[in-house]
Design a protein around this ligand. Structure first.
Ligand SMILES: Nc1nc2c(ncn2[C@@H]2O[C@H](COP(=O)(O)OP(=O)(O)O)[C@@H](O)[C@H]2O)c(=O)[nH]1
Ligand SMILES: *[C@@H]1O[C@H](CO)[C@@H](O)[C@H](O)[C@H]1NC(C)=O
Ligand SMILES: *[C@@H]1O[C@H](CO)[C@@H](O)[C@H](O)[C@H]1NC(C)=O
Ligand SMILES: [Mg+2]
Length: 442
Protein backbone atom coordinates (compact mmCIF):
# COMPACT_ATOMS: atom_id res chain seq x y z
CA UNK A 1 0.00 0.00 0.00
CA UNK A 2 0.93 3.62 -0.23
CA UNK A 3 2.87 5.08 2.61
CA UNK A 4 2.01 8.56 3.77
CA UNK A 5 4.58 11.11 4.70
CA UNK A 6 4.78 11.00 8.40
CA UNK A 7 7.29 11.18 11.18
CA UNK A 8 8.12 14.81 10.75
CA UNK A 9 10.97 14.55 13.21
CA UNK A 10 12.88 12.31 10.84
CA UNK A 11 11.85 14.26 7.76
CA UNK A 12 13.24 17.44 9.23
CA UNK A 13 16.58 15.74 9.81
CA UNK A 14 16.65 14.72 6.20
CA UNK A 15 16.02 18.29 5.12
CA UNK A 16 18.70 19.59 7.44
CA UNK A 17 21.27 17.21 6.01
CA UNK A 18 20.18 17.94 2.47
CA UNK A 19 20.80 21.64 3.03
CA UNK A 20 24.22 21.21 4.51
CA UNK A 21 25.18 18.99 1.58
CA UNK A 22 25.67 22.16 -0.41
CA UNK A 23 28.87 22.81 1.49
CA UNK A 24 30.43 19.46 0.80
CA UNK A 25 31.21 19.91 -2.87
CA UNK A 26 34.93 20.31 -2.54
CA UNK A 27 36.73 17.08 -2.04
CA UNK A 28 40.13 17.74 -0.64
CA UNK A 29 41.59 14.36 -0.06
CA UNK A 30 44.92 13.56 -1.69
CA UNK A 31 45.04 11.68 -4.93
CA UNK A 32 46.55 8.36 -5.55
CA UNK A 33 47.18 6.22 -8.58
CA UNK A 34 45.64 8.34 -11.31
CA UNK A 35 45.92 12.04 -11.70
CA UNK A 36 42.74 13.44 -13.16
CA UNK A 37 42.86 16.87 -11.62
CA UNK A 38 42.56 19.59 -14.21
CA UNK A 39 42.47 17.12 -17.06
CA UNK A 40 40.29 18.91 -19.59
CA UNK A 41 40.03 15.79 -21.68
CA UNK A 42 37.16 14.50 -19.59
CA UNK A 43 35.30 17.61 -18.72
CA UNK A 44 36.29 20.97 -19.96
CA UNK A 45 34.59 23.40 -17.62
CA UNK A 46 33.91 25.79 -20.49
CA UNK A 47 32.66 23.20 -22.97
CA UNK A 48 29.31 21.45 -23.34
CA UNK A 49 28.15 18.76 -23.10
CA UNK A 50 29.57 17.94 -19.75
CA UNK A 51 29.86 15.42 -18.12
CA UNK A 52 28.14 13.31 -20.74
CA UNK A 53 30.67 13.34 -23.52
CA UNK A 54 30.01 10.25 -25.55
CA UNK A 55 32.63 7.73 -26.45
CA UNK A 56 32.39 6.45 -29.95
CA UNK A 57 33.00 2.84 -29.27
CA UNK A 58 31.91 -0.15 -31.22
CA UNK A 59 28.76 -2.02 -30.35
CA UNK A 60 28.91 -4.24 -27.32
CA UNK A 61 32.49 -3.42 -26.47
CA UNK A 62 32.83 -4.50 -22.87
CA UNK A 63 30.07 -2.41 -21.38
CA UNK A 64 29.45 -2.91 -17.68
CA UNK A 65 26.93 -5.48 -16.70
CA UNK A 66 27.33 -7.61 -19.80
CA UNK A 67 26.37 -11.10 -18.76
CA UNK A 68 25.77 -10.03 -15.15
CA UNK A 69 22.34 -8.51 -14.95
CA UNK A 70 19.06 -9.69 -16.28
CA UNK A 71 19.68 -8.16 -19.67
CA UNK A 72 22.79 -7.20 -21.51
CA UNK A 73 22.15 -3.77 -22.76
CA UNK A 74 25.46 -3.24 -24.55
CA UNK A 75 24.76 -1.85 -27.99
CA UNK A 76 21.31 -3.41 -28.10
CA UNK A 77 18.14 -2.26 -29.71
CA UNK A 78 18.83 1.14 -31.17
CA UNK A 79 15.09 1.73 -31.28
CA UNK A 80 14.86 1.96 -27.52
CA UNK A 81 18.10 3.80 -27.08
CA UNK A 82 17.26 6.75 -29.29
CA UNK A 83 14.41 9.13 -29.39
CA UNK A 84 12.36 8.99 -32.53
CA UNK A 85 9.67 11.15 -31.02
CA UNK A 86 7.69 13.21 -33.48
CA UNK A 87 5.06 15.78 -32.66
CA UNK A 88 2.43 13.16 -33.52
CA UNK A 89 3.78 10.86 -30.84
CA UNK A 90 1.70 12.36 -28.04
CA UNK A 91 0.76 9.91 -25.29
CA UNK A 92 -2.99 10.07 -24.71
CA UNK A 93 -2.44 8.68 -21.22
CA UNK A 94 -0.57 11.82 -20.28
CA UNK A 95 2.77 12.71 -18.77
CA UNK A 96 4.24 13.17 -15.34
CA UNK A 97 7.41 14.92 -14.23
CA UNK A 98 9.01 16.45 -11.18
CA UNK A 99 11.94 18.42 -9.87
CA UNK A 100 14.48 16.16 -8.13
CA UNK A 101 15.43 19.15 -6.08
CA UNK A 102 16.03 17.84 -2.59
CA UNK A 103 19.47 16.83 -1.42
CA UNK A 104 22.37 15.48 -3.33
CA UNK A 105 22.85 12.79 -5.94
CA UNK A 106 21.97 9.84 -3.71
CA UNK A 107 18.77 11.54 -2.63
CA UNK A 108 17.91 12.60 -6.17
CA UNK A 109 18.26 9.05 -7.44
CA UNK A 110 15.81 7.81 -4.79
CA UNK A 111 13.37 10.51 -5.84
CA UNK A 112 13.87 9.36 -9.39
CA UNK A 113 13.14 5.72 -8.57
CA UNK A 114 9.98 6.74 -6.72
CA UNK A 115 8.89 8.79 -9.73
CA UNK A 116 9.57 5.90 -12.10
CA UNK A 117 7.41 3.62 -9.92
CA UNK A 118 4.58 6.14 -9.82
CA UNK A 119 4.70 6.83 -13.57
CA UNK A 120 4.46 3.11 -14.25
CA UNK A 121 1.46 2.62 -11.98
CA UNK A 122 -0.50 5.64 -13.21
CA UNK A 123 0.61 4.68 -16.75
CA UNK A 124 1.81 8.12 -17.74
CA UNK A 125 4.99 8.74 -19.71
CA UNK A 126 7.70 9.97 -17.37
CA UNK A 127 9.36 13.15 -18.57
CA UNK A 128 12.94 12.75 -17.37
CA UNK A 129 14.10 15.87 -15.54
CA UNK A 130 17.78 16.73 -15.40
CA UNK A 131 19.67 16.14 -12.16
CA UNK A 132 19.47 19.30 -10.18
CA UNK A 133 23.19 19.50 -9.73
CA UNK A 134 26.23 17.26 -10.00
CA UNK A 135 29.44 18.18 -8.22
CA UNK A 136 32.52 18.57 -10.30
CA UNK A 137 35.97 19.42 -9.05
CA UNK A 138 36.14 22.51 -11.25
CA UNK A 139 32.57 23.78 -11.01
CA UNK A 140 29.13 22.63 -10.04
CA UNK A 141 27.21 21.24 -13.00
CA UNK A 142 23.61 22.42 -13.02
CA UNK A 143 20.68 20.62 -14.64
CA UNK A 144 22.64 17.65 -15.91
CA UNK A 145 20.50 15.74 -18.43
CA UNK A 146 19.50 12.23 -17.36
CA UNK A 147 21.05 10.87 -20.55
CA UNK A 148 24.43 12.39 -19.67
CA UNK A 149 24.68 9.77 -16.94
CA UNK A 150 22.30 6.94 -17.74
CA UNK A 151 21.16 4.93 -20.74
CA UNK A 152 17.74 5.81 -22.06
CA UNK A 153 17.23 2.39 -23.57
CA UNK A 154 17.76 0.52 -20.31
CA UNK A 155 15.06 2.53 -18.55
CA UNK A 156 12.74 2.07 -21.53
CA UNK A 157 12.86 -1.65 -20.85
CA UNK A 158 10.71 -0.78 -17.85
CA UNK A 159 8.49 2.11 -18.87
CA UNK A 160 7.83 4.91 -21.36
CA UNK A 161 10.14 7.86 -20.73
CA UNK A 162 11.18 10.96 -22.64
CA UNK A 163 14.02 13.39 -21.87
CA UNK A 164 12.58 16.74 -20.87
CA UNK A 165 14.41 18.58 -23.63
CA UNK A 166 12.80 16.38 -26.30
CA UNK A 167 9.43 16.81 -24.66
CA UNK A 168 9.72 20.58 -24.59
CA UNK A 169 11.06 21.02 -28.10
CA UNK A 170 9.12 18.34 -29.99
CA UNK A 171 5.82 17.75 -28.20
CA UNK A 172 5.12 20.72 -25.99
CA UNK A 173 4.79 23.49 -28.61
CA UNK A 174 1.71 21.80 -30.08
CA UNK A 175 0.29 19.69 -27.25
CA UNK A 176 1.21 21.65 -24.13
CA UNK A 177 1.48 25.19 -25.41
CA UNK A 178 2.68 28.14 -23.41
CA UNK A 179 -0.27 29.82 -21.78
CA UNK A 180 -1.85 26.50 -20.79
CA UNK A 181 0.80 25.16 -18.50
CA UNK A 182 -0.06 24.22 -14.96
CA UNK A 183 2.37 23.36 -12.24
CA UNK A 184 1.44 20.91 -9.48
CA UNK A 185 2.49 21.18 -5.87
CA UNK A 186 2.28 19.02 -2.81
CA UNK A 187 0.87 21.33 -0.22
CA UNK A 188 3.65 21.53 2.33
CA UNK A 189 2.17 23.70 5.05
CA UNK A 190 -1.04 24.14 3.06
CA UNK A 191 0.43 26.55 0.53
CA UNK A 192 0.36 25.99 -3.17
CA UNK A 193 3.39 27.81 -4.40
CA UNK A 194 5.39 27.44 -7.55
CA UNK A 195 8.35 29.44 -6.33
CA UNK A 196 10.64 26.44 -6.28
CA UNK A 197 9.47 25.03 -9.59
CA UNK A 198 9.58 28.42 -11.26
CA UNK A 199 13.22 28.52 -10.35
CA UNK A 200 13.85 25.02 -11.63
CA UNK A 201 11.75 25.00 -14.78
CA UNK A 202 12.95 28.43 -15.83
CA UNK A 203 16.44 26.94 -16.12
CA UNK A 204 15.27 24.23 -18.49
CA UNK A 205 15.88 24.51 -22.18
CA UNK A 206 13.49 25.86 -23.35
CA UNK A 207 12.31 27.32 -20.05
CA UNK A 208 8.82 26.58 -18.77
CA UNK A 209 6.56 29.24 -17.37
CA UNK A 210 3.50 28.09 -15.46
CA UNK A 211 0.24 29.99 -15.62
CA UNK A 212 -1.43 28.22 -12.80
CA UNK A 213 -0.74 26.16 -9.72
CA UNK A 214 -2.74 23.07 -8.73
CA UNK A 215 -2.34 21.61 -5.25
CA UNK A 216 -1.99 17.85 -5.17
CA UNK A 217 -3.20 16.08 -2.08
CA UNK A 218 -2.27 12.57 -3.20
CA UNK A 219 0.74 12.45 -1.00
CA UNK A 220 1.93 8.87 -1.10
CA UNK A 221 4.29 6.60 -2.89
CA UNK A 222 3.88 3.38 -4.76
CA UNK A 223 5.35 0.23 -3.27
CA UNK A 224 6.25 -1.61 -6.40
CA UNK A 225 6.32 -5.01 -4.80
CA UNK A 226 2.81 -4.50 -3.40
CA UNK A 227 0.01 -6.54 -4.97
CA UNK A 228 -1.84 -5.46 -8.12
CA UNK A 229 -4.95 -4.53 -6.15
CA UNK A 230 -3.03 -2.02 -4.05
CA UNK A 231 -1.42 -0.56 -7.14
CA UNK A 232 -4.80 -0.50 -8.89
CA UNK A 233 -6.23 1.53 -6.01
CA UNK A 234 -3.47 4.08 -6.39
CA UNK A 235 -3.98 4.25 -10.13
CA UNK A 236 -7.73 4.82 -9.71
CA UNK A 237 -7.24 7.53 -7.15
CA UNK A 238 -4.80 9.34 -9.40
CA UNK A 239 -6.84 8.96 -12.59
CA UNK A 240 -10.01 10.09 -10.85
CA UNK A 241 -8.33 13.17 -9.44
CA UNK A 242 -6.24 13.93 -12.51
CA UNK A 243 -7.58 12.56 -15.76
CA UNK A 244 -5.18 12.66 -18.70
CA UNK A 245 -7.74 14.71 -20.64
CA UNK A 246 -8.01 17.58 -18.17
CA UNK A 247 -4.51 17.17 -16.69
CA UNK A 248 -2.31 16.00 -19.56
CA UNK A 249 0.98 17.01 -17.95
CA UNK A 250 1.51 16.65 -14.20
CA UNK A 251 4.61 18.79 -13.66
CA UNK A 252 5.48 18.74 -9.97
CA UNK A 253 7.48 21.43 -8.23
CA UNK A 254 9.44 18.95 -6.14
CA UNK A 255 10.16 15.26 -5.66
CA UNK A 256 7.20 12.90 -6.02
CA UNK A 257 8.92 9.99 -4.34
CA UNK A 258 9.60 9.93 -0.61
CA UNK A 259 13.03 9.74 0.96
CA UNK A 260 14.24 7.29 2.03
CA UNK A 261 12.65 5.39 -0.79
CA UNK A 262 10.21 2.52 -0.34
CA UNK A 263 11.98 -0.83 -0.15
CA UNK A 264 9.74 -2.36 -2.80
CA UNK A 265 11.07 0.06 -5.42
CA UNK A 266 14.76 -0.58 -4.85
CA UNK A 267 15.01 -3.21 -7.55
CA UNK A 268 14.15 -0.56 -10.15
CA UNK A 269 17.81 0.43 -9.90
CA UNK A 270 18.55 -2.29 -12.43
CA UNK A 271 17.05 -0.06 -15.11
CA UNK A 272 19.58 2.66 -14.34
CA UNK A 273 22.64 1.75 -16.35
CA UNK A 274 25.59 4.08 -16.68
CA UNK A 275 25.82 5.69 -20.07
CA UNK A 276 28.88 5.07 -22.17
CA UNK A 277 30.67 8.32 -21.35
CA UNK A 278 34.23 9.47 -20.84
CA UNK A 279 33.57 9.24 -17.11
CA UNK A 280 32.53 5.63 -17.38
CA UNK A 281 35.74 5.00 -19.33
CA UNK A 282 37.77 6.59 -16.51
CA UNK A 283 36.23 4.12 -14.06
CA UNK A 284 36.84 1.13 -16.33
CA UNK A 285 40.46 2.06 -17.05
CA UNK A 286 41.10 2.69 -13.37
CA UNK A 287 39.66 -0.69 -12.42
CA UNK A 288 41.60 -2.68 -14.98
CA UNK A 289 44.89 -0.84 -14.36
CA UNK A 290 44.63 -0.93 -10.57
CA UNK A 291 43.14 -4.32 -9.83
CA UNK A 292 43.66 -6.33 -12.97
CA UNK A 293 42.15 -9.72 -12.35
CA UNK A 294 42.75 -9.62 -8.59
CA UNK A 295 40.01 -9.75 -6.00
CA UNK A 296 39.33 -6.35 -4.44
CA UNK A 297 37.23 -4.88 -1.66
CA UNK A 298 35.67 -1.40 -1.89
CA UNK A 299 34.50 0.74 1.01
CA UNK A 300 32.47 3.93 1.27
CA UNK A 301 33.36 6.35 4.06
CA UNK A 302 30.87 9.17 4.50
CA UNK A 303 32.58 11.54 6.92
CA UNK A 304 32.40 15.20 5.76
CA UNK A 305 31.37 17.96 8.20
CA UNK A 306 27.67 17.70 7.33
CA UNK A 307 27.77 14.02 8.15
CA UNK A 308 29.62 14.42 11.42
CA UNK A 309 26.98 16.96 12.41
CA UNK A 310 24.06 14.78 11.33
CA UNK A 311 25.39 11.77 13.22
CA UNK A 312 25.59 13.85 16.42
CA UNK A 313 21.79 13.69 16.59
CA UNK A 314 20.41 11.73 19.52
CA UNK A 315 20.19 8.46 17.62
CA UNK A 316 18.67 6.51 20.51
CA UNK A 317 15.23 8.07 19.94
CA UNK A 318 15.04 7.38 16.20
CA UNK A 319 13.45 4.42 14.44
CA UNK A 320 15.53 5.15 11.38
CA UNK A 321 17.75 7.87 10.05
CA UNK A 322 18.07 9.01 6.44
CA UNK A 323 18.86 5.96 4.28
CA UNK A 324 19.22 3.57 7.22
CA UNK A 325 16.23 1.33 6.36
CA UNK A 326 18.53 -0.20 3.74
CA UNK A 327 20.36 -2.07 6.49
CA UNK A 328 17.86 -2.67 9.29
CA UNK A 329 14.25 -2.77 10.33
CA UNK A 330 12.81 0.53 11.45
CA UNK A 331 12.77 0.34 15.21
CA UNK A 332 13.71 2.70 17.99
CA UNK A 333 17.34 2.34 18.95
CA UNK A 334 18.32 0.51 15.76
CA UNK A 335 20.56 3.33 14.52
CA UNK A 336 23.90 3.18 16.28
CA UNK A 337 26.84 5.51 16.09
CA UNK A 338 28.85 3.00 14.03
CA UNK A 339 26.04 2.68 11.48
CA UNK A 340 26.06 6.43 10.96
CA UNK A 341 29.68 7.47 11.45
CA UNK A 342 31.83 4.42 12.20
CA UNK A 343 34.80 4.97 14.50
CA UNK A 344 38.27 4.34 13.09
CA UNK A 345 38.90 1.33 15.39
CA UNK A 346 35.61 -0.20 14.27
CA UNK A 347 36.40 0.34 10.58
CA UNK A 348 39.83 -1.18 10.96
CA UNK A 349 38.51 -4.15 12.88
CA UNK A 350 35.77 -4.95 10.38
CA UNK A 351 38.12 -4.42 7.42
CA UNK A 352 40.64 -6.80 8.96
CA UNK A 353 37.97 -9.44 9.51
CA UNK A 354 36.90 -9.08 5.90
CA UNK A 355 40.43 -9.36 4.50
CA UNK A 356 41.20 -12.36 6.66
CA UNK A 357 38.10 -13.97 5.26
CA UNK A 358 37.98 -13.10 1.55
CA UNK A 359 41.69 -13.07 0.70
CA UNK A 360 41.47 -9.98 -1.50
CA UNK A 361 44.59 -8.19 -2.78
CA UNK A 362 43.34 -4.58 -2.81
CA UNK A 363 41.26 -2.11 -0.88
CA UNK A 364 39.56 0.77 -2.69
CA UNK A 365 38.41 3.71 -0.58
CA UNK A 366 35.73 6.17 -1.73
CA UNK A 367 34.82 9.10 0.48
CA UNK A 368 33.42 12.62 0.47
CA UNK A 369 36.20 13.71 2.82
CA UNK A 370 38.72 11.61 4.77
CA UNK A 371 40.01 8.38 3.17
CA UNK A 372 42.10 7.49 6.27
CA UNK A 373 44.75 6.12 3.94
CA UNK A 374 47.46 5.95 6.57
CA UNK A 375 45.38 3.93 8.98
CA UNK A 376 44.25 1.46 6.34
CA UNK A 377 47.76 1.11 4.93
CA UNK A 378 49.24 0.41 8.34
CA UNK A 379 46.60 -2.22 8.86
CA UNK A 380 46.81 -3.91 5.48
CA UNK A 381 50.36 -3.58 4.17
CA UNK A 382 51.57 -6.34 6.52
CA UNK A 383 49.00 -8.62 4.84
CA UNK A 384 50.33 -7.72 1.38
CA UNK A 385 47.18 -5.74 0.54
CA UNK A 386 47.50 -2.46 -1.38
CA UNK A 387 45.25 0.49 -0.55
CA UNK A 388 43.85 2.84 -3.22
CA UNK A 389 41.95 6.08 -3.33
CA UNK A 390 41.03 7.96 -6.49
CA UNK A 391 39.19 11.16 -5.61
CA UNK A 392 37.63 11.50 -9.08
CA UNK A 393 36.42 14.68 -10.78
CA UNK A 394 32.78 13.75 -10.24
CA UNK A 395 31.42 11.50 -7.46
CA UNK A 396 29.62 9.34 -10.02
CA UNK A 397 32.98 7.81 -10.97
CA UNK A 398 33.30 6.53 -7.40
CA UNK A 399 29.80 5.04 -7.72
CA UNK A 400 30.77 3.29 -10.94
CA UNK A 401 33.83 1.79 -9.24
CA UNK A 402 32.14 0.84 -5.95
CA UNK A 403 29.44 -0.99 -7.87
CA UNK A 404 31.94 -3.32 -9.49
CA UNK A 405 34.08 -4.42 -6.53
CA UNK A 406 34.06 -8.08 -5.52
CA UNK A 407 33.07 -7.03 -1.98
CA UNK A 408 31.66 -3.80 -0.60
CA UNK A 409 31.33 -2.22 2.84
CA UNK A 410 28.95 0.74 2.91
CA UNK A 411 27.60 3.40 5.24
CA UNK A 412 24.10 2.41 6.31
CA UNK A 413 22.62 5.91 6.70
CA UNK A 414 24.05 7.21 3.41
CA UNK A 415 22.03 7.29 0.20
CA UNK A 416 25.31 7.41 -1.73
CA UNK A 417 25.94 3.93 -0.35
CA UNK A 418 22.32 2.98 -1.16
CA UNK A 419 22.94 3.57 -4.85
CA UNK A 420 25.87 1.15 -4.73
CA UNK A 421 23.99 -1.41 -2.65
CA UNK A 422 20.98 -1.47 -4.97
CA UNK A 423 23.13 -1.74 -8.08
CA UNK A 424 25.20 -4.53 -6.56
CA UNK A 425 22.05 -6.37 -5.50
CA UNK A 426 20.81 -6.12 -9.06
CA UNK A 427 24.06 -7.65 -10.30
CA UNK A 428 24.28 -10.31 -7.58
CA UNK A 429 27.31 -8.75 -5.84
CA UNK A 430 27.59 -8.92 -2.04
CA UNK A 431 27.59 -5.92 0.33
CA UNK A 432 27.77 -5.35 4.07
CA UNK A 433 27.62 -2.26 6.30
CA UNK A 434 29.76 -0.60 8.94
CA UNK A 435 28.35 -1.05 12.40
CA UNK A 436 27.06 -4.55 11.82
CA UNK A 437 28.54 -7.76 13.07
CA UNK A 438 30.55 -9.54 10.38
CA UNK A 439 28.93 -12.80 9.43
CA UNK A 440 30.61 -13.31 6.09
CA UNK A 441 29.42 -12.18 2.69
CA UNK A 442 26.95 -14.99 1.91
N1 LIG B 1 33.56 11.45 -4.80
C1 LIG B 1 32.80 11.09 -3.77
N2 LIG B 1 31.85 11.92 -3.31
C2 LIG B 1 31.08 11.50 -2.28
C3 LIG B 1 31.28 10.24 -1.66
N3 LIG B 1 30.37 10.12 -0.67
C4 LIG B 1 29.64 11.26 -0.67
N4 LIG B 1 30.06 12.09 -1.65
C5 LIG B 1 29.53 13.43 -1.97
O1 LIG B 1 28.59 13.78 -0.99
C6 LIG B 1 27.27 13.72 -1.51
C7 LIG B 1 26.39 13.05 -0.48
O2 LIG B 1 25.05 13.31 -0.73
P1 LIG B 1 24.05 12.17 -1.19
O3 LIG B 1 24.50 11.64 -2.52
O4 LIG B 1 22.68 12.73 -1.13
O5 LIG B 1 24.20 11.00 -0.15
P2 LIG B 1 24.08 11.03 1.46
O6 LIG B 1 24.08 12.45 1.92
O7 LIG B 1 25.27 10.27 1.92
O8 LIG B 1 22.79 10.34 1.78
C8 LIG B 1 27.39 12.94 -2.81
O9 LIG B 1 26.37 13.20 -3.74
C9 LIG B 1 28.75 13.36 -3.28
O10 LIG B 1 28.71 14.64 -3.85
C10 LIG B 1 32.32 9.40 -2.16
O11 LIG B 1 32.56 8.30 -1.69
N5 LIG B 1 33.04 9.88 -3.21
C1 LIG C 1 -0.86 2.55 -20.85
O1 LIG C 1 -0.59 3.60 -21.76
C2 LIG C 1 -0.19 3.15 -23.05
C3 LIG C 1 0.24 4.37 -23.87
O2 LIG C 1 -0.72 5.37 -23.85
C4 LIG C 1 -1.34 2.39 -23.67
O3 LIG C 1 -0.96 1.91 -24.96
C5 LIG C 1 -1.70 1.22 -22.77
O4 LIG C 1 -2.84 0.56 -23.29
C6 LIG C 1 -2.00 1.69 -21.36
N1 LIG C 1 -2.16 0.54 -20.48
C7 LIG C 1 -3.18 0.41 -19.65
C8 LIG C 1 -3.20 -0.83 -18.82
O5 LIG C 1 -4.05 1.25 -19.54
C1 LIG D 1 5.64 -3.46 0.04
O1 LIG D 1 4.86 -4.56 -0.37
C2 LIG D 1 5.36 -5.82 0.08
C3 LIG D 1 4.54 -6.90 -0.58
O2 LIG D 1 3.16 -6.62 -0.44
C4 LIG D 1 5.34 -5.87 1.60
O3 LIG D 1 5.88 -7.08 2.06
C5 LIG D 1 6.18 -4.70 2.15
O4 LIG D 1 6.09 -4.66 3.55
C6 LIG D 1 5.70 -3.37 1.56
N1 LIG D 1 6.61 -2.35 1.99
C7 LIG D 1 6.20 -1.10 2.27
C8 LIG D 1 7.27 -0.16 2.72
O5 LIG D 1 5.06 -0.72 2.14
MG1 LIG E 1 22.63 13.83 1.33
Amino acid sequence: MGVFWGNWGVVSIVVLVANTDAAEGSINSPQDNLNLAGDGQFCDAAAQPCPGQRLHRSKGAGVRGAGEGEFDWAGQDEELAHDHVTKDGWDGNGYITFCPCMGNFGNQIEQYLGAIALAKVVNRTLILPPFYHVYHRARQLQNVPFTDLFQLGALRQFHRVIPVHDFLTILAPEHWPAGQRRGYAYPFGGECSLTQSKYFYKDLNPPVVFDDCVPCKLRFDVNFSADERAKGAIKNLWSNSFSPQSHPVLAFNGPIGIFPMIAGNRYLQKYLRWADTAYFAVAQVYISETFGKDIWVAIHLRNGEDWVKACKTDLSTLAYMMASPQCHEKKIGAVTKDLCLPSIPHMLELTLQVFQDVKAKHLFIATDKHPHLQEFRMLLHPLGVSVHHLNPDIPQVDLMILGQADFFIGTCTSSFTSFVKRERDANGKPSIFWGQEYKGFQ
